[in-house]
Ligand binder design. Sequence first.
Ligand SMILES: Cc1cc2nc3c(=O)[nH]c(=O)nc-3n(C[C@H](O)[C@H](O)[C@H](O)COP(=O)(O)OP(=O)(O)OC[C@H]3O[C@@H](n4cnc5c(N)ncnc54)[C@H](O)[C@@H]3O)c2cc1C
Length: 409
Amino acid sequence: MERFDVIVVGAGPAGCMSAIKAAEQGRKVLLIEKNSEIGKKLLLTGNKRGNITNLENIDTFITKYHNGRFLRNAFARFFNEDLIEFFESNGLPLKVERGNRVYPESDNASDIAAFLNKLLKKTGVKVFFKRRVYGIIKKENYFEVIMSGGKRYYGDKVVIACGGKSFPSTGSDGSGYKLSEKLGHTIIKPVPALCGIEVEERHLTKRCAGLSLKNVRVSAFLKDKEIGEEFGEVLFTHYGFSGPAVLNISGDISENIDKGKVSLSINLKPALSYQQLESRFLREIDDNANKQLKNMMRVILPSGMIDIFLEYTKIDGEKRVNQITANERKKMIEALLNFSFIVKGVRPFEDSMVTRGGVSVKEINPKTMESRIVPGLFFAGEVIDIDGKTGGYNLQSAFTTGYIAGVSI
Ligand SMILES: Cc1cc2nc3c(=O)[nH]c(=O)nc-3n(C[C@H](O)[C@H](O)[C@H](O)COP(=O)(O)OP(=O)(O)OC[C@H]3O[C@@H](n4cnc5c(N)ncnc54)[C@H](O)[C@@H]3O)c2cc1C
């Protein structure tokens, strides 16, 4: 019977970090991964450039997550600068880009995986590839870990770091939830996050597919209640909308989609009030009295979306500007401030970057990542009910929770 001090399930960033940190403390560690390599999802991050963290301060950082408060204590012990130091002092130089995002200087996410591989070897972690963990059974003072083929290994402590359900082709197929549930944990329903939003009016959005709107404000509503808001870039797609601002509120939409009518509203002119827009319109109307409306609109909107905007407002774009009624002007101003769509759904897990939901944070000690239900069981990474916005937040939380679990064992 081969026995380990620690068995870590899943060799993503969270699992690798906890295995390395536990081994650095002299523990005999086994890391089990069902793929034939570590960090398959990690390789895709940041457009394969690996946006590993962000330089924001802790207070701002925790606002970027669903359940961010759970991370405060962990961040106080291992935060962005510690992660940067961890990489750079071990030979992986990093750089900072727009939006305080941190990447490897090489622009290559595979360098992060190679780096983790090197440290796993250096710290003596035993790694099994192409083995899937099917079951974890708690015995009196150890765990029995059952793998594909029925083989069993034994560990005094276990870390579940299996990731979420998104991009299942990378290995994270939700099996961490099943393992955790069988051990008595509550799983908050997993839903896709950081994904595109499908709308009923896709006959309009698909005509602008590929067009991106910068500096707009996008809000999501459940009936009349605002459930999410974001400023930034929105992209029209054949199914609805994507782009960073939409990705960042997609988790809020996912969570609420079964609760009632959800709508998505884009404020195309967030810097202007109704009155300011009206003055702008009146000026343009004066200057362009004999032009067709659709031509005048070119100074107000990107030309690629004028047709659908006018169709949305049901105003004839062929009309001369001096024929526009006060009511039509009002309609257009309102539509600029509230370009609104009915949400049909969110993109599937296959297209979502992260998962909202997972092991309830109420059942995990935030200072150690140890289960409050099963002593000796730890969690790290996206398997926990935590998800962040784009910008390096998800990798930082995976590395931080991995670190805390590893040093707490
Ligand atoms: C396209 C894309 C781009 C992204 N870009 C960024 C980015 O730039 N910055 C950022 O911060 N985040 C990004 N993310 C999110 C980030 O990659 C994840 O949040 C992060 O990888 C989660 O780490 P993890 O270790 O918890 O899980 P994962 O990386 O999902 O790793 C879990 C591992 O567990 C293994 N596993 C699962 N079940 C079992 C089992 N039963 N037995 C054995 N092994 C198992 C899986 O094969 C997998 O290797 C991106 C995600 C995607 C999909």
